[in-house]
Write a protein that binds this ligand. Structure first.
Ligand SMILES: Cc1cc2nc3c(=O)[nH]c(=O)nc-3n(C[C@H](O)[C@H](O)[C@H](O)COP(=O)(O)OP(=O)(O)OC[C@H]3O[C@@H](n4cnc5c(N)ncnc54)[C@H](O)[C@@H]3O)c2cc1C
Length: 456
């Protein structure tokens, strides 16, 4: 292995990967098109906070960063589901004390990651845009956006951590070294800030992720430590009775909130102004193959496999990528073998979380309103209490069990879903269900969990 590596992108993945590589004695430089986010506040309306779960925590722990990250975190123990009439129900995410999600501000997390990488000697080049790659010459074309000067950076190797619209991926495709497809969701999102109350108090209940599922669309809100909530409206781009295309006036926005999110409306006095100012974001799934070019280049994180945000797993998955790659490098493989093994190792799992993320949109905006959904959640937790090694709710496997690979969670989840469907058909209460027979079916159809997440 050479001892100088280049990373494109200093979002979530780039700086964590840089810190891990630098800890292994490699010299690392990062080119990032934006200005240094530690000095320039991030643009409004671009996923201000994120849900951090077990896989993300494991990546941060690997880099020894939890002491710096912990003060940024706000716990979320479950979902508070708001109905039309203003009523609300709490649905816990898990049942053990550590089974919770953490809301983390993207900018704060990015600062911790960037500072940590810099402390390990990583060189940051902000306002440097990767424009393309010449694989025959083995160089990346990078533009210094301040001076306009072009650099030819050797691929020794280069990691594409440059997000869903990756320039490295694009160059791989253009040169015939990879294929890629973007599946754009026909829904979009817009972020809005629910301000803090008096003395930095939270105006919605703290300690949960709030959802207003409205069938076909939804509003969610995640808490921030400063008393604010970041709310996100997910809605069709166009078509149907309500879509972003129909919300073109302040009156239309107010009318939608008055009808569907009446309890939120009074909390956001500048709703119309925020709605007009904040951008509408797109969401897509990226399917690319392969992720590597010999020993020259590797795509990682969203650049390799961006997913829609409904399982709160894009960053968590990217941090798991970093951990898997770190294991492979630690095993002493050359870059080419290391990259090929990474592709083989992560492909099935990232495809599984991409599918589960899409499914979860339907669950969040529609299914969560169904009383049978609540019964199935209750039953899942009961079965987990009885058979903790065999029956773990799929949501818990994804969010809290980093030792269970995504693909394994998806496979086990499919079996569990059949059991839950059969058991709750025509039932309204846990007391109506023959739990002993169901437990016997669990033992018969689900072997104990054994799969380790990183199978390097
Ligand atoms: C609305 C929304 C909510 C989300 N919520 C969650 C959540 O709750 N939990 C979760 O785990 N995930 C969530 N995600 C997903 C998460 O944001 C991504 O998976 C994560 O940011 C991926 O990190 P990354 O570093 O691979 O890409 P990014 O974070 O996109 O970083 C890429 C970086 O590369 C830079 N860059 C791009 N092109 C170039 C170039 N040509 N040259 C140089 N630099 C370049 C960019 O400026 C950026 O800094 C959410 C996403 C969205 C859209």
């Amino acid at each position: 292995m050479t001892d100088v590596v280049t990373i494109l992108g200093a979002g979530c993945t780039g700086p964590l990967l840089a810190a891990l590589l630098a800890r292994r004695g490699l010299q690392v430089r990062i080119y990032e098109r934006r200005a240094d986010a530690r000095r320039v506040p991030p643009a409004a309306g671009r996923s201000i906070n994120l849900a951090l779960a077990a896989r993300g925590l494991a990546g941060l722990e690997r880099a020894g960063l939890m002491a710096q990250v912990r003060p940024l975190l706000v716990p979320m123990r479950g979902r508070i589901v708001h109905d039309f009439g203003g009523g609300a129900r709490f649905l816990p995410y898990g049942q053990r004390p550590h089974e919770l999600l953490w809301s983390v501000p993207r900018a704060g997390l990015n600062k911790v990651l960037t500072d940590a990488a810099a402390a390990h000697g990583v060189e940051f080049h902000f306002e440097h845009l990767a424009r393309g790659a010449d694989f025959a010459a083995g160089t990346i074309d990078v533009e210094n956006l301040r001076s306009g000067r072009r650099l030819r950076v050797p691929m020794t190797p280069v990691f594409g951590a440059d997000g869903a619209a990756s320039a490295l991926r694009e160059a791989m495709v253009r040169s015939g070294r990879a294929t890629a497809r973007e599946e754009l969701l026909d829904h979009r999102y817009k972020e809005l800030t629910v301000p803090a109350g008096p003395n930095g108090s939270h105006l919605l209940e703290l300690g949960a992720l709030h959802i207003w599922p409205r069938g076909g669309y939804m509003l969610i809100a995640l808490p921030n430590a400063d008393g604010t909530f970041t709310a996100t409206l997910f809605l069709a781009a166009e078509g149907g009775p309500v879509s972003f295309a129909t919300l073109t006036t302040a009156a239309a926005v107010r009318e939608l909130f008055a009808r569907d999110f009446a309890d939120v409306l009074p909390l956001v006095p500048d709703l119309a102004a925020q709605f007009a100012a904040n951008p509408v974001g797109r969401m897509s799934t990226i399917y690319a193959a392969p992720w590597q070019v010999g020993a020259q280049a590797l795509l990682i994180g969203d650049a390799a496999h961006a997913i829609v945000p409904f399982h709160g797993q894009g960053m968590n998955c990217a941090f798991e990528d970093c951990r898997a790659l770190d294991d492979l490098i630690g095993a002493g493989l050359g870059w080419s073998d290391c990259f090929a093994r990474f592709d083989a190792l992560r492909r099935e799992d990232t495809a599984a979380i991409a599918r589960m993320a899409i499914e979860n949109y339907v669950e969040m905006r529609d299914t969560v309103r169904d009383p049978r959904f609540a019964l199935q959640k209750q039953l899942s937790l009961e079965l987990e209490r009885r058979q903790p090694d065999r029956f773990i709710p799929r949501y818990s496997m994804v969010m809290f069990h980093e030792e269970i690979a995504y693909a394994e969670a998806e496979r086990r989840g499919a079996v569990q879903s059949v059991l839950l469907d059969e058991a709750t058909r025509g039932r309204t209460e846990l007391g109506d269900i023959d739990l002993r027979a169901l437990e016997a079916a669990v033992i018969e159809r689900l072997p104990p969990v054994t799969t380790p997440v990183v199978r390097a």
